[in-house]
Write a new protein. Structure first.
Length: 638
């Protein structure tokens, strides 16, 4: 036993003495015992409070957060195996003790002394019920004493069946769900009386930590916890070996839930954020009004385009293809649409905000912006040719272009439009890697810290949110705005208790950002001519940049119109290759174009800095004069 654990012993002894031996405490217990009664009618008149309403950008109700509480069920409608599951996991001696479990207290003390910290509690089901009804969640010594006195009173005045019935009808299962009937309906679309043994064990397993074991959020953890409960049931004789094995082998599945079909990943992110900000009680019963930035039209168009394309890619490439999409208002950074993955029921992981992926060539515009800052022009030419570079570990790096071909003399405009690797690497080294790193950090790409030459190819991990905010700088004339999804929150009196503060910063000269945007417009027009000639197109100007990581593991498409900047990525969660010669033109681009060609743009054209003039140049020589027939022409701003 360590010295630290040894010091814990007197504290627990003092605790026991305070409960059972302090004369004042015993006197108070005697008085309350004979003069105080517990009123369970509070359950009959339980007030559910008012739900919190979530609005879309137009002020229409999008979703709501409320207590998911059904009519209480009587104990005779609750199956015995559900009762056994709760007894096995929460209170082994429930039918024997009188409110407090002395054995449980001693066992808890020994466990906690052994581990040197609190790893096991000693609260009985009766104590838990008392805590649910009469006390807040603050863990104080005085509250614990009162809780134990009330538990003794409850046991004196009510039968075990009444206590158990009240407890099972009010215990919390996470996500605003209270009571076994509500949980059963929410998780499996069935009455509690129809629950199987494995489902009953799942419910019992959640109670200890709803934030970690709620199957809506963490199905894998919920199943592991369920198996622990099943083992306890077998150990106590509630299940034989055959019943235990049969229940343990059942895969945890949830019933279809159709209540929140629009933007489910954003809704879940919003729920978690608001629970932390205002607390569960305020969120689920405080009658808040939350104004979000979500545009239902944009969201639905995005969801259809994303789902249709993912279904196709899962059939053609890999059944595990997934990805994410984020669309923000160009000037304000307000999130108009968010897709965190292909199937919310299968995975609650929000890939738009949580996943870090290598950004690939979507990063390249930063290299060219940094070059313009040093005085270079998109009309300047470089030689695209075989190139090698000695690294610090005495190896030779020989980068190549995606098509394994070299073009010879080309302009910087052509190099960016065609996503040329060799010229971009040369440009990075000439401009200075630290200059590009500094620009990336000003654009809030926090992971860009190490000055490697491969930075030119986007060999850096970032989130979709960061990538979208970065690309939006070029659409927003050099101004960075932080993407956000809440505008304000009002309480039940209509008073604004919180308002979003826009994070906005001018990180790039307007003329630099506009020049990059204009060159990228050439790339989108090229895609239209080659890939989408006879299909519906967007009703406004636009510019774009694609990105592909090594072995086609992740495919990116970033596109902007005068009103929306949208970035999409497609790939597998385990980062495996999508296959040979798989590029964004086949994977991510169709999502972007099929989404945007269904939207009507209020602003059709970009407004570039008036000090800049459009010029047509030969894509290879950079000359301004008329080019020979058949040669590629690009439009730039100077």
């Amino acid at each position: 036993m360590t010295f630290k654990r040894f010091l814990v012993i007197p504290l627990y002894l003092a605790y026991i003495v305070a409960i059972f031996a302090v004369p004042g405490g015993l006197g108070a217990l005697w008085y309350i015992w004979h003069n105080h009664t517990i009123d369970f009618s509070v359950l009959e008149h339980y007030h559910r409070g008012r739900p919190s309403i979530v609005l879309d950008r137009d002020g229409n109700e999008w979703t709501r957060f409320q207590l998911d509480k059904r009519d209480p069920v009587s104990i005779d409608k609750i199956p015995q195996h559900l009762i056994n599951a709760f007894i096995a996991t929460e209170d082994w001696s429930f039918f024997k003790h009188t409110g407090l479990s002395c054995k449980g207290i001693i066992r808890s003390i020994l466990y906690n002394i052994y581990y040197g910290k609190k790893v096991q509690g000693a609260s009985t089901i009766t104590q838990q019920l008392v805590r649910l009804l009469f006390f807040d969640a603050k863990k104080t010594f005085s509250r614990k004493i009162k809780e134990q006195i009330y538990a003794l009173l409850v046991e004196r005045q009510f039968t075990k069946s009444q206590i158990l019935e009240a407890y099972l009808n009010h215990v919390y299962f996470g996500c605003g769900i209270y009571g076994v009937e509500a949980a059963s309906q929410r998780f499996w679309k069935k009455s509690v009386s129809d629950l199987s043994v494995d489902e009953a064990a799942t419910l019992a397993g959640i109670v200890r930590s709803p934030g970690n074991y709620c199957p809506l959020l963490y199905p894998h953890s919920a199943q592991k916890r369920r198996n622990v409960v099943l083992h306890s049931m077998k150990k106590l004789g509630y299940l034989n070996d055959q019943e235990y094995q049969a229940a343990r082998e059942v895969e945890l599945t949830l019933g279809e839930y159709d209540a929140q079909c629009c933007a489910p990943h954003l809704r879940e992110t919003l729920r978690q954020y608001l629970e932390d900000m205002v607390g569960k009680e305020q969120l689920y019963s405080g009658g808040l009004v939350i104004q979000t930035t979500l545009d239902m039209t944009v969201q639905r168009c995005a969801e259809k385009a994303f789902r249709d394309q993912c279904v196709l890619l899962r059939e053609e490439l890999n059944p595990d293809v997934d990805g994410a999409l984020l669309s923000v208002d160009t000037s304000s950074g307000e999130i108009r649409a968010m897709i965190g993955g292909f199937d919310f029921k299968h995975s609650k992981f929000n890939r738009a905000l949580q996943a870090k992926r290598q950004i690939g060539s979507v990063f390249k515009p930063l290299v060219y912006a940094a070059a313009l800052m040093t005085g270079k022009s998109f009309a300047q030419t470089y030689i695209d040719e075989p190139f090698e570079l000695a690294t610090k570990n005495n190896t030779i790096w020989r980068p190549n272009n995606f098509n394994n071909r070299f073009e010879g003399q080309i302009t910087l405009a052509r190099a960016l439009t065609a996503s040329n690797n060799i010229v971009t690497i040369k440009l990075l080294l000439e401009v200075g890697i630290h200059r590009v790193v500094d620009l990336a950090q000003r654009m809030h790409l926090d992971s860009v810290t190490v000055p490697y030459p491969s930075l030119a190819l986007g060999c850096v991990d970032t989130t979709l949110k960061q990538a979208t905010a970065m690309f939006n700088v070029f659409a927003n004339h050099g101004v960075y705005v932080e993407p956000h999804y809440i505008k304000w929150i009002k309480n039940n009196l209509g008073e604004k208790i919180w308002r979003h503060r826009v994070v906005s910063e001018h990180v790039m000269d307007t003329r630099i950002a506009d020049q990059v945007a204009r060159v990228l417009m050439n790339g989108l027009e090229r895609a239209r001519a080659l890939l989408w000639r006879s299909k519906p197109w967007i009703d406004s100007q636009g510019f774009s940049k694609t990105g592909t990581t090594n072995d086609s593991r992740i495919c990116w498409f970033a596109g902007a119109t005068p009103s929306l900047t949208t970035v999409v990525y497609v790939g597998c969660d385990d980062n495996r290759s999508l296959g040979k010669h798989v590029y964004p033109s086949r994977t991510a681009f169709p999502i972007w174009i099929n989404m945007h060609n269904k939207l009507i743009s209020k602003q059709k054209n970009f407004s570039f800095d008036g000090r800049l003039k459009e010029r047509s140049i030969n894509a290879r020589t950079g000359f301004y004069e008329d080019v020979a027939h058949g040669q590629e022409t690009l439009t730039i701003l100077e």
